[in-house]
Design a protein. Structure first.
Ligand SMILES: Nc1ncnc2c1ncn2[C@@H]1O[C@H](COP(=O)(O)OP(=O)(O)OP(=O)(O)O)[C@@H](O)[C@H]1O
Length: 649
């Protein structure tokens, strides 16, 4: 099976030394050892191997190339089931019980390679199933060691390193849910920096077979002597770096370097990532040995796929001060599908937006780094369970915010100082690989600072092949980053045309009909209101956090308690803000809004039972998808007129 995988056209050797083995594989489907030897014989130069290959292709002629491409596409489109991958019976049964039968492309490519014992660097788009791509072979290996009585028990046998606590929890949940369905019991724990040394020691006593943690936490455990470096050297057989492209952005380099001397040479290392970056190369060199580099191309196409194809990307050009007006128009006129995840760049902006929307009877919750970890996890859980439809998230813990919080804490009264003094959580991350369930629309209220941030944000929709959309509100100050993002998408996806289109469902008239109300309400949200709301929210969440912890230990499935979108103010909402009067909505907008509702109904999103059965599948809604069929202003509204709606008002 594994040999067959290597012959596929979807593997592309990268042009660096570590990739030589992969390139050699692709040309000559020999055993991996031979491939690696060949690469090394070629002077260890990956680029030499890559050049040799392109020369061959040129001499083979264009026709031959096309045939090969078609054959590769055909092979790629063949569905591979988990049963075909030679997994342990227990795992196959567990997958069946979870309703998972067919592999995703990254799973069918990576699992056989990892099972062969190779170090693997795998790059695949967001939401493509990378977690099971490493968890399944990891569990398989540990089950095998258990059966053969070869498990060494002085420290964990496998280490899964992720950048944030939210990811620790998510990976831990995924692995535990599989293990619960297996008969042999492997022990898995997660430890994070928020735990006391005593709790960490307790969790690691045993020791567990699998440890899910962050690099900072494992480095601290070693330096404090909670885990002995020598024990790790003796026991560790597998190490995973998940969301590797983000690990270094969490300033984990020193922590990882501290870990290196304790990793045994025999340890198999896997690195998973959604984007490429020099950081990935750095980590690869630091921790992996002659890895197989797997860059997954889109099924049937010889090109990289960074944003899932099932996600339609849109943009709206507007001034920074008009962003509130535009988001109000999108939500109040129901021009976008729920659930909606809205990204903003600061916690203050998040609360400003929440308070603003609340005055129009649109409830939302805010997810940010200053909340207690319990609350953050519950907010994600509640949003996933559809207890509310709009989540406003800050995706980075800005030092600027931390400084601001400290400054405020000095000024503030004694009673409220406690919560203000808590620092922002350095291990917090929302976009960082979190598997939000069934988010249909991602809105960039503020643009992310760079293209990688954009990809990770957009990756919160369109997961596991579901349909999704993204809308970016781009102000003139954000033009540069928007252009950078467009160039990156065109370069990576080898496209001449624009990948991000103007949003077609919002007319100028519709926006103008709400302008007066929006401006009036936006003015009424003062900085003081924002600080008060922010304080109130943290206070509520801290109070809730302890209650929630106790409650969920006893009632793990009870979600009714999680009402994170509770109103921040007690004032009643005037009727003219709660409901948009009919006369204000122009016929085109009405038509667009009805089309969105119809499409929603057609996809079964209004009927929770059906929604569950259908699993939000893509395809079913395509023909009725208003974003594909509707044009508010006809064909003339092609992009790049750079007419900024709202600029000149
Ligand atoms: N073979 C499969 N069939 C159906 N669904 C799957 C399969 N494998 C994984 N999934 C589901 O797909 C979703 C996305 O998977 P996962 O979180 O592993 O993606 P990812 O590639 O790690 O994304 P990111 O880069 O954003 O972290 C999850 O809800 C997961 O349960």
């Amino acid at each position: 099976m594994a040999k067959k995988q290597k012959q596929r056209g979807s593997l592309r050797g990268e042009e660096h030394v570590e990739a030589a083995a992969a390139a050699a594989h692709e040309d000559a489907p020999a055993a991996n050892a031979e491939g690696e030897a060949a690469a090394q014989e070629a002077g260890g130069s990956g680029s030499e191997v890559a050049e040799g290959r392109s020369a061959d292709a040129a001499s083979g002629g264009v026709e031959e190339g096309k045939e090969e491409e078609a054959a590769a596409a055909e092979e790629e489109e063949r569905e591979v089931t988990f049963d075909e991958l030679g997994l342990d019976e227990q795992l196959k049964r567990a997958l069946r019980k979870k309703g998972l039968t067919k592999t995703t492309p990254i799973q069918r490519e990576a699992i056989p390679l990892i099972l062969e014992g190779k170090d693997v660097v795998a790059k695949a788009k967001t939401g493509s199933g990378k977690t099971f791509a490493y968890l399944l072979p990891l569990l398989q290996e540990l089950l095998k060691l258990c059966k053969e009585g070869r498990i060494r028990k002085s420290a964990p046998n496998a280490l899964i390193l992720v950048p944030t606590r939210e990811l620790c929890q998510q990976v831990y949940n995924e692995a535990s849910s599989l293990l619960e369905l297996c008969t042999s019991k492997l022990k898995i724990v997660q430890v994070t920096a928020s735990m006391s040394d005593k709790d960490i020691k307790l969790a690691l006593s045993g020791p567990p077979n699998i440890l899910v943690t962050t690099p900072a936490c494992v480095a601290a455990c070693i330096s404090k002597g909670i885990v002995q470096g020598s024990s790790i050297k003796e026991s560790l057989s597998m190490m995973i770096l998940d969301e590797a492209d983000l690990l270094l952005s969490y300033r984990c380099e020193d922590d990882l370097k501290a870990l290196v001397p304790h990793i045994p040479r025999s340890c198999q290392s896997i690195l998973m990532s959604a984007t490429s970056s020099p950081d990935i190369d750095k980590l690869t060199k630091l921790l992996l040995h002659n890895p197989f580099v797997l860059t997954l191309t889109e099924v049937g196409h010889a090109k990289d796929d960074v944003v899932p194809r099932n996600v339609q990307q849109f943009w709206i050009s507007c001034s920074a001060k008009d962003k509130m007006l535009y988001i109000l128009s999108l939500l109040k006129l129901e021009l976008i599908q729920k659930k909606v995840l809205i990204f903003v760049n600061s916690i203050d902006n998040a609360f400003r937006l929440r308070l603003f929307l609340e005055k129009f009877a649109i409830r939302s919750a805010v997810l940010n780094a200053e909340l207690p970890q319990n609350s953050r996890l519950h907010i994600i859980e509640a949003f996933n369970a559809r207890l509310f439809d709009y989540l406003i998230a800050t995706d980075d813990n800005k030092t600027k915010e931390a400084k601001q919080t400290n400054k405020e804490s000095k000024k503030d009264s004694k009673g409220s100082r406690k919560h203000l003094q808590q620092t922002l959580d350095a291990e917090f991350g929302v976009v960082r690989g979190i598997d939000f369930k069934n988010v249909f629309t991602v809105v960039n209220f503020d643009m992310p600072p760079n293209p990688a941030g954009y990809i990770h944000r957009i990756g919160r929709t369109g997961r596991a092949n579901k349909t999704g959309a993204s809308i970016s509100l781009v102000s003139p100050e954000e033009d540069n980053v928007f252009e950078e993002i467009e160039h990156m998408l065109q370069d990576v996806e080898k496209k001449d045309t624009n990948c991000i289109l103007p949003f077609p469902l919002l007319t100028k008239n519709a926006v103008e009909s709400l302008r007066y109300r929006a401006q009036d309400v936006a003015r009424s949200v003062t900085s003081r209101d924002i600080q008060e709301a922010r304080r109130q929210d943290v206070k509520n969440e801290i109070l809730n956090s302890e209650k929630l912890k106790a409650h969920f230990e006893e009632n793990p499935t009870d979600l009714d308690l999680l009402k994170h979108d509770k109103l921040l103010t007690n004032k009643s909402i005037p009727a003219h803000l709660r409901d948009v009067p009919e006369y204000l909505i122009d016929p085109t907008t009405k038509e667009a809004s009805n089309a969105v509702k119809l499409s929603r109904a057609a996809m079964g999103l209004d009927n929770p039972r059906r929604k569950k059965r259908m699993g939000f599948r893509s395809g079913s809604g395509k023909s009725s998808d208003p974003l594909r069929t509707f044009s508010a202003e006809g064909k003339s509204r092609k992009r790049r007129g750079k007419e900024r709606e709202g600029d000149d008002r």
